[in-house]
Write a protein that binds this ligand. Structure first.
Ligand code: HAM
Length: 422
């Protein structure tokens, strides 16, 4: 029997993990510049956390969650997203009491959704996300958006499109909701059963239905922006002004609705416009979620954030030819010619590594030529040769692979010599 990686997941072999690490360190560095600090929450949470926050009429909750009962009879769910867990932690650890508000957090970790596998869509994927919790200032909306754009741009991406919209406050959303019901109700029989169920419960969700996407009533549906009350419109205006001040280009798309229920006011997505990018063009999505903290039993704490998957980030880098170069190189490779030399090599290897020199040797009893080839493959900067004569003299032959020069160096002075030559 042959075991395979589960559908919708993938192994990352060393060739790929180097690229991931490059992207991850760029992300961490950008977060440091914006003073977002890392938070790590568990991979699973109580199921109700997600049904309450993401919303029980959403695709995520209805179709995509990995939910299971543990041996104690509790219903747990592998996290499909990071916002609800972070807000849960914010409430549980009373971070609202910290003097530094808003609390600015970021996370990077596996998320799980039972989705149909296709390019850019996995059942296990890694999201990098940020959450700024505790401020209702439109300037923080712009900061969060600019952080997301910055991460992509620092990685060298150019084919990006930022799309923003406002979902308005509760009152605006209620007015829009009624308009949506009036719009869809006469023809709801032409829609899928999920949409029929959503009509009264949550008509906004009809707009992101994957089944009825092409129905003509979708395009003519009343736009949220037409139902914004004065306060919401003013808020949206301020967000746009802050984006302008930061020099960030955007397009307002009144049809942008997000697939999660906790959003209000600002919603945004960043798309790849690169030719080489697949059918799914959304790289990143986020928005404001005032009220989420209260919904899960916390105090009032308005928040905004986004998440992007590293998988799609790398797809965009590939499409634009900006994949980071990640050659792993070795400082030194020791070629040992016989049993006695190998023993000495083990000692020298230890001393080199203690001095911070990346070094390796052959453990397969290979002939000299094969060992030299291995040193080449591993892009060793120096090759240290030890044989009978070298052992006798207590000094090794050292070859500088960059320029081909050779010298003889006492065993005890190998580390300092290599350091001074590189
Ligand atoms: P989301 O739009 O569901 O939002 O997901 C955000 C991003 O996660 C997507 O734009 C995409 O990059 C990635 N993503 C989602 N599903 C998959 C998948 N199956 N395979 C690969 N990548 C995927 C959220 O998750 C919100 N929590 C974002 C947020 C944070 N809003 C406020 N704060």
């Amino acid at each position: 029997m042959m075991f395979k990686v589960p559908r919708g997941t993938k192994d990352l072999l060393p060739e790929e993990t180097g690229k991931w690490q490059a992207v991850e360190s760029l992300i961490r560095e950008t977060c440091r510049l914006y003073r977002y600090e890392e938070i790590r929450t568990p991979i699973f949470e109580q199921t109700e956390l997600f049904t309450r926050s993401v919303g029980d009429t959403t695709d995520i909750v209805q179709k995509e969650m990995y939910t299971f009962e543990d041996r104690g009879g509790r219903s747990l769910t592998l996290r499909p997203e990071g916002t609800a867990p972070v807000v849960r932690a914010f409430v549980e650890h009373k971070l609202f009491g910290s003097p530094d508000q808003p609390v600015k957090l970021y996370y990077m970790g596996q998320m799980f959704r039972y989705e149909r596998q296709q390019a850019g869509r996995y059942r296990q994927f890694v999201q990098f996300g940020v959450e700024a919790i505790g401020s209702a200032s439109p300037a923080i909306d712009a900061e969060v958006i600019s952080l997301a754009m910055d991460v992509y741009q620092r990685a060298g991406l150019k084919d990006l499109k930022l799309v923003i919209n406002s979902l308005g406050d509760k009152e605006s959303r209620e007015a829009h909701r009624e308009a949506l019901i009036r719009h869809f109700e006469p023809s709801i029989g032409e829609f899928c059963s999920d949409c029929q169920n959503r009509l009264q419960k949550n008509p906004l969700r009809i707009l992101d239905c994957k089944v009825d996407r092409e129905h003509p009533l979708m395009n003519s549906a009343p736009a949220l922006t037409d139902y914004l009350n004065e306060g919401s419109a003013a808020y949206f205006g301020e967000v746009k002004k802050s984006l302008d001040a930061l020099g960030i280009d955007y397009v307002v798309d009144p049809n942008l609705v997000r697939g999660l229920d906790y959003y209000n006011h600002t919603a945004f997505e960043i798309m790849s416009t690169s030719d080489g990018f697949g059918a799914i063009t959304t790289l990143c999505g986020g928005g404001r979620y005032n009220g989420l903290s209260e919904d899960i039993g916390g105090p009032e704490a308005p928040g905004i954030g986004f998440a992007m998957s590293i998988e799609r980030f790398l797809m965009a880098l590939e499409a634009e030819g900006k994949m980071p170069e990640t050659e792993s190189r070795l400082d030194a490779f020791i070629v040992a010619l016989d049993e006695e030399s190998r023993k000495e090599a083990v000692k020298i290897l230890g001393s080199l590594r203690r001095e911070g020199i990346a070094a390796d040797m052959d453990y397969m009893d290979r002939k000299m030529k094969a060992q030299m080839k291995a040193a080449d493959r591993q892009k060793a900067g120096f090759v240290i040769v030890i044989g009978e004569d070298e052992l006798k003299n207590g000094a090794a032959g050292v070859k500088n692979m960059a320029d081909g020069t050779q010298e003889t160096v006492e065993f005890g002075r190998l580390a300092e010599t290599l350091k001074s030559r590189s």
